[in-house]
Design a protein around this ligand. Structure first.
Ligand code: ATP
Ligand code: MG
Length: 389
């Protein structure tokens, strides 16, 4: 359906001895909203600079429509950039800020300078101001605009040249929460109306999930996972992704056979397969997937150690034999109460062990004490079975 527009092929970047990007392979489809998501310093801006042509990779290729563009300068690429700091001209009004790029004469094939006629400039600027919902703001000075309005001027200015691709580097970073949410919807609408490719950078996972067709999760200059927001959330590839995208309880487990995993000395049915017999794995359980039941009805039984009201739900920390889990529930369970939990096969997600194993998904810091797990014998879990406590 979608056509591939840009491809990074084995792209690496090193400064002195430090490897900043480590063998990236990504393709970007035409008209796609793709987000690079990851913590500070993971290489998001560096990746955008490679695509924009501001930086040449140390090794590897950048392809546009199948053609290698490593040596094509930024202004000859069909790509524009919107930065976090809008870099608008404060002495020019809204109209002139958007028109700025159109007024720069272009050189045609014969080396002749060509100017865009004034009438066309006016038409194109007005069309863009309409797209970003700033009709009637033409004569306003930049300094009289709110942050969100300034950001929309910056977007109009970047779009007026009709790029095939817009690169956006944390464009909403300076806005407050409410405005950020409004602008997220606005950006999505603009991208769909203009039918162009957006490559968006953020370290905000909620923003990435809400806006993107495709999310690329990065850490340490490497791609950790590429997928739809649903894929990334429901099927995280490793403990880093599981932890970075939402809250996760992550435990050590052992895959006994296809669809059977053991953790807490107990076997659970799951939906995962294809692991070696008795392969150690990481088990992810999302806090909102856990069903709380009466203690005697639970597969596991634990004690509530803290409860925090979060508006829609309670963040409830539960101690299971010294391991503390986060459970999100709309029902209130008081600190000190004993609860049972039920895990259905589709609440359990199995991941291969990785360099991130053991680093995330432990909520013991929510309360002080941390005990050793008991050494009960393994038994296969059946619906009616009691916790082995
Ligand atoms: N010109 C440079 N020389 C040396 N190191 C650099 C250079 N540019 C970037 N780096 C390093 O590369 C790493 C990745 O930087 P980058 O700006 O791509 O991160 P980022 O993911 O955009 O982070 P943030 O969310 O903080 O903007 C950082 O450790 C940074 O210090
Ligand atoms: Mg950055």
């Amino acid at each position: 359906m979608s056509k591939e527009l840009i491809r990074l092929k084995n792209v690496s970047v090193a400064f002195d001895d430090a490897v900043i990007l480590d063998n990236l392979n990504i393709y970007f489809n035409d008209k796609e909203f793709l987000t690079l998501l990851g913590p500070s310093g993971c290489g998001k801006t560096t990746t955008l600079r490679i695509i924009g042509g501001f930086l040449t990779p140390t090794s590897g290729d950048v392809l546009f429509d199948g053609v290698r563009i490593n040596d094509v300068p930024p202004h000859k690429r069909l790509v524009n950039t919107v930065f976090q700091k809008y870099a608008l001209f404060p002495h020019l009004n809204v109209f002139e800020n958007v028109a700025f790029g159109l007024r720069i004469p272009k050189t045609d094939e014969k080396g002749k300078k060509v100017k865009i006629p004034e009438k066309e400039i006016t038409e194109r600027v007005m069309e863009m101001l309409e797209v970003v919902n700033l009709k009637g703001f033409e004569k306003r000075s930049i300094t009289s605009l709110s942050g969100g309005q300034q950001q929309r001027v910056a977007i109009a200015r970047a779009l007026v040249n009709r790029p095939k691709v817009l690169l956006l580097d944390e464009p909403l970073g300076a806005l407050d929460m409410r405005l950020r949410k409004d602008m997220q919807n606005e950006l999505k609408r603009i991208q769909q109306a203009m039918e162009i490719t957006f490559i968006y950078v953020t370290h905000d996972q909620e923003e990435a999930l809400a806006m993107s067709d495709t999310v690329v999760v990065m850490d340490g200059g490497k791609i950790q996972q590429i997928g739809t927001p649903e894929d990334i959330y429901n099927e995280p590839k490793n403990a880093f992704v599981a932890d970075f995208i939402g809250e996760s309880n992550i435990l050590d487990g052992i895959m006994h056979e296809d669809y059977v995993v053991e953790f807490f000395n107990r076997k659970f049915k799951c939906l995962d397969k294809g692991f070696a017999p008795m392969e150690p794995v990481d088990v992810v359980i999302r806090p909102e997937d856990i069903d709380i039941v009466a203690p005697e009805k639970g597969q596991l039984r634990g004690t509530v150690t803290s409860v925090t009201f979060k508006g829609v739900h309670y963040d409830t920390i539960v101690d299971f034999k010294g391991y503390k889990w986060l459970i999100q529930t709309t029902d209130y369970h008081a600190e000190g109460s004993v609860i049972g939990i039920i895990l259905n096969p589709d609440d359990i997600h199995i991941m291969k062990k990785s360099e991130y194993s053991g680093m995330f998904g432990d909520y013991s810091s929510y309360s002080e004490e941390y005990d050793e797990i008991g050494d009960a014998s393994v038994e296969l879990d059946e619906e009616e079975s009691e916790d082995e406590d």
